[in-house]
Ligand binder design. Sequence first.
Ligand SMILES: Nc1nc2c(ncn2[C@@H]2O[C@H](COP(=O)(O)OP(=O)(O)OP(=O)(O)O)[C@@H](O)[C@H]2O)c(=O)[nH]1
Length: 535
Amino acid sequence: MASAMRVKARLTTKTTHIAASSVFSRKVCLKVPRGPGSERAFAFNVKNHDLVHCYLWRSSVRPFWSGSRHVTTAAAAVDLQAEGTDERIPVTVITGFLGSGKTTLLNNILTGAHGKRIAVIENEFGEIDIDSELVAKQEILEGSNDMVTQLSNGCLCCTVRDDLIQALNRLWERRADFDHVIIETTGLANPAPIISSFFMDADLPDRVRLDGVVTVVDAKHVELHLNEDKGEGIVNEAVEQIAYADRILLNKVDLVSTTQLSALESRLRTINEMATIQRTTRSKTPVDFVLGVGGFDLNSVEKQLNSNAGHNHDHDHEHGHDCSGAECKHESHASSHSHVHGHDCSGADCKHESHASSHNHEHGHDCSGADCKHESHASSHSHEHGHDCSGADCKHESHSHAEHSHGQAHSHSHAPAPSFRHDDKVSSVSLVLDGDMDLDKINYSLGFLLESRNEDIYRMKGILSIAGSDFRFVYHGVHMMFEGLPDRKWRPDERRVNKMVFIGRDLSREDFEEAFKSCLAPPKEVASSQKAVVV
Ligand SMILES: Nc1nc2c(ncn2[C@@H]2O[C@H](COP(=O)(O)OP(=O)(O)OP(=O)(O)O)[C@@H](O)[C@H]2O)c(=O)[nH]1
């Protein structure tokens, strides 16, 4: 039984792709006793040095069904992508709550001058096909190859996954007629089963590739939806839609204040720090922001870690633009600039350069407690706070700044403070760990995570430095689907560092940090001949 429990995650020189679903031939059931001692349930399963990993997830493990299988086709496709010969059809999923602006976005894309031929799969809840009536391209490109396929069998997330697979397979037969597929989901859809569909079908992974999940957020009303309590252990769809996103359009910005936007961005960032956020009105965005995202490509992992999560390690600020390349000329990079902070720097050790400069910025960090040591509060500048200080008991030290008179040009007002509850069950955890991972330990820990927390881990991405390997190991995962491969050699002057981001439910940063720190191989002994001699 012990060996059967192990997920076949191997950090070898070959691509490994793991998936779990009802199609598995092998199922195992692990019953985990609740209460004190539950951590021991796994003790039979591990060797001594692995016990720490069992211990770490004890707080939220529960009985589950699971299994694993190898999928080699998708692995091969990764290499094709790398060579630029991937002929699979890219598919974008547009999601977002009711009325957030999904159809508006779709129409913008369909009427935009980008030259792409687009097929659309509409999923409308109920029998009346409302949205396909609204899709402008149907009339605009009469006689063209653009297509709309209607899924009318109810909610995509629960009952028509087979319909989606069939629709995609049907579209594949006509692949010469278009370049890209867009799926517009119902406003009530949880994107997870839609995403899973891409990996579970026997043929689909060879034919289509999920390019990205684009979530449209109604800046005016999203707070209501995010705060909706669906009952014990149930995450509401609005949160799920944000958690799975590669791109977030923070739409309807014309209806809210800048202060509210900053606070909202901060909250979105807490849920999903991998997604790139862009503020929009009427869902207007460059088509490149939403199509060709590569959100599920191993080749894009580094870019995404660097553009968002990588930033978060030190300062996690929200540019709303993709600036992973050195050539980014976004004005915010200038020393005196205005930008939006979403970083959590409540500790005194935050070294974000912005704190040293004198400039206007918007804070989105959570420093409502009296113990916030964000050094920016000591500087002389005007800024907008997004922290929740609507209560009379707010002890934010900025309120006592001598130079911080409320007559200044900042919106540090108590009046319209959004009543966000920063207790979202779904959050992001990012780790940056220097050094090399011990292959067996990291293999075991990731495997254990996939096995024991697969329901809770919505998405994860990372780059690992494996002891004894000259190659970086790049991976990403969605629930039990895990895909990884060695991508390129570490450069001689490159800092060997492990970057990992997890988005999911009930994630404890401390647990993750402890778990993956414990996977680090001991630093190499410096040979005595190489030791510096001090004279
Ligand atoms: N004020 C304002 N209204 C907007 C904006 N974007 C969209 N709308 C309006 O919001 C309404 C809903 O937009 P849709 O694009 O239909 O939203 P949806 O997400 O497709 O809606 P459902 O299909 O019902 O889930 C429409 O009346 C739009 O014109 C915006 O940025 N600002």
